[in-house]
Design a protein around this ligand. Structure first.
Ligand code: 5AD
Ligand code: SF4
Length: 460
């Protein structure tokens, strides 16, 4: 962390001393944003702020925004409107950051129509928050702190994590792929990888604190670039698996085009790596994929899945799919359904294509009518829903490694956890084990969104 930010942390801590000054963060979007919010929370706690769940009651409200899809904008403006009403009644500081603040027209709109917003910060200036909050609260200035060029990687930001046993670790920032529908490369900048030793230092520290599960994060996680020793993503995965105390390793999101054989080998030989691989398909038709600039064909995607299924027999897949990309015909959409049938994904995240100004696909004139997009969405949803029962039933009678994540919401004697393939499972608690333990559980029942089981061994 930079020295002068440390100074602002000290000043604010002194100012907030012996007072209850609360903060709340509303995080929109992906796990990278969640991880950024954990760092924002870390800075604020060091500045003497205390966390409060309900943002409407907080003295300092942070919105960490996302702009991947269109509806996020309306949602954000609605929330800002809510805060305006609160501001009319009492003193509250509103700071808005994240991906959407890297879009110039959005910032202009907020400055013009919502001048009461106190701080606007971007994805490359998050580390300046102590100074910016100081300016807004002590100096009562309106602050706009956005940088268009890629930020450096700031190591050592304080962090307050949301979970006790599962932790996310961002290993690379940005994206160089320019898929034609996607705004991310414009708001998150070019790919930058953290130094392997910094990542491993963080993970060893987490293991010492009792964390069991690590999720490596990056917009394009498998294009990670290391150094002479730990050269690439495969090497890094290997090293993370060696960290004592870490029982489970996950990563999101890889790009199929960068899924090299060495990564597949590493997964095959390391049982700690989660057996559900998220492999974003986006579309099943080769022409659509080409127009999306995805750099693989339908056949190459299917061949990759087949290769992984052969080398890692217990593997399952999850995916992201966009329906209604400009120009997509009914026949082309059929290819998406065909791939879904062939791969038999255990989880499908479905999105209706939404125009993102500034991207290549936004300029196309052959946009698909809303009605057709919705019909395709429903067709895909039905196909997926029908596959869920069959996939879940396969688990009955099997014995699974489970990381106990907590108690079930509705029943305080029932544990909940996940299998190596990311399936949610609930089972009766046992006195011999606690939250955070790995146990063996036999699956007895399959339901639509979870499995039921019983502990058969409290040692993994
Ligand atoms: N419209 C719809 N979905 C999108 N995604 C990214 N950009 C768009 C868009 N313009 C989806 C992709 C990506 C996921 C995070 O969001 O499927 O993998
Ligand atoms: Fe967007 Fe494509 Fe980059 Fe993913 S790989 S963040 S979809 S441009």
């Amino acid at each position: 962390m930079q020295n002068h930010q440390e100074n602002y942390i000290k000043i604010m801590k002194e100012k907030n001393k012996n007072k209850l000054v609360t903060y709340s963060i509303l995080t929109m979007g992906c796990q990278l944003n969640e991880n950024d919010s954990e760092k924002i929370a870390g800075m604020l706690e060091n500045m003497g702020y205390s966390f409060i769940e309900d943002y409407k009651k907080a003295n300092l409200i942070i919105f960490n925004t996302c702009c991947v899809r269109e509806n996020a904008e309306e949602r954000l403006l609605g929330k800002i409107g809510e805060i305006k009403k609160i501001k009319e009644r009492r003193n509250v500081i509103l700071a808005i950051g994240g991906c959407m603040m890297q879009e110039k027209n959005m910032v202009d709109k907020i400055k013009k129509s919502y001048p009461f917003v106190d701080v606007i910060f971007g994805t490359h200036t998050m580390q300046n928050l102590p100074e910016n909050i100081y300016k807004a609260t002590v100096k009562q200035e309106k602050v706009k702190d956005i940088m268009d060029i890629d930020g450096e990687i700031y190591e050592g930001l304080p962090i307050k994590r949301n979970d006790q046993f599962k932790a996310s670790v961002t290993i690379m920032y940005g994206c160089n792929n320019y898929c034609t529908y996607c705004i991310v490369p414009y708001v998150r900048g070019r790919e930058r990888s953290r130094k392997p030793e910094k990542i491993l230092e963080e993970i060893k520290q987490l293991a010492q604190e009792g964390y069991k599960e690590i999720t490596l994060l990056g917009q394009n996680v498998n294009s990670y670039q290391g150094d002479n020793n730990i050269r690439n993503f495969a090497d890094l995965l290997e090293e993370v698996c060696k960290v004592d105390g870490i029982e489970r390793v996950k990563f999101i999101s890889p790009h199929p085009k960068d899924f090299t054989d060495d990564v597949i080998e590493t997964i095959a030989k390391n049982k700690k790596i989660c057996r559900m691989i998220h492999l974003p398909l986006q579309a099943g038709n080769t022409k659509v994929l080409q127009e999306m600039n995805r750099k693989y064909t339908k056949e190459q995607y299917l061949a990759l899945v087949q290769k992984m299924k052969t080398k890692i027999p217990d593997i399952v897949f999850s995916t992201d799919i966009i329906v209604g990309f400009p120009g997509e015909t009914d026949e082309e959409f059929e290819d998406t359904l065909d791939v879904v049938r062939k791969v038999n994904f255990e989880q499908v995240f479905m999105f209706i294509y939404s125009i993102r100004e500034g991207t290549v696909a936004a300029g196309r004139e052959d946009q698909i009518p809303e009605k057709i997009k919705h019909e395709r969405f429903n067709q895909l949803k039905e196909l997926y829903n029908n596959s869920v029962d069959k996939n879940n039933e396969k688990y009955i009678g099997t014995v699974q490694n489970i990381l106990i994540e907590g108690y079930s919401k509705n029943n305080k004697t029932t544990f909940t956890g996940r299998t190596d393939t990311n399936k949610v499972i609930i089972f009766e608690e046992s006195e011999e084990c606690r939250i955070g333990d790995m146990v063996k559980v036999k699956i007895t029942e399959a339901h639509k969104w979870y499995l039921k089981g019983e502990i058969i061994d409290t040692k993994k």
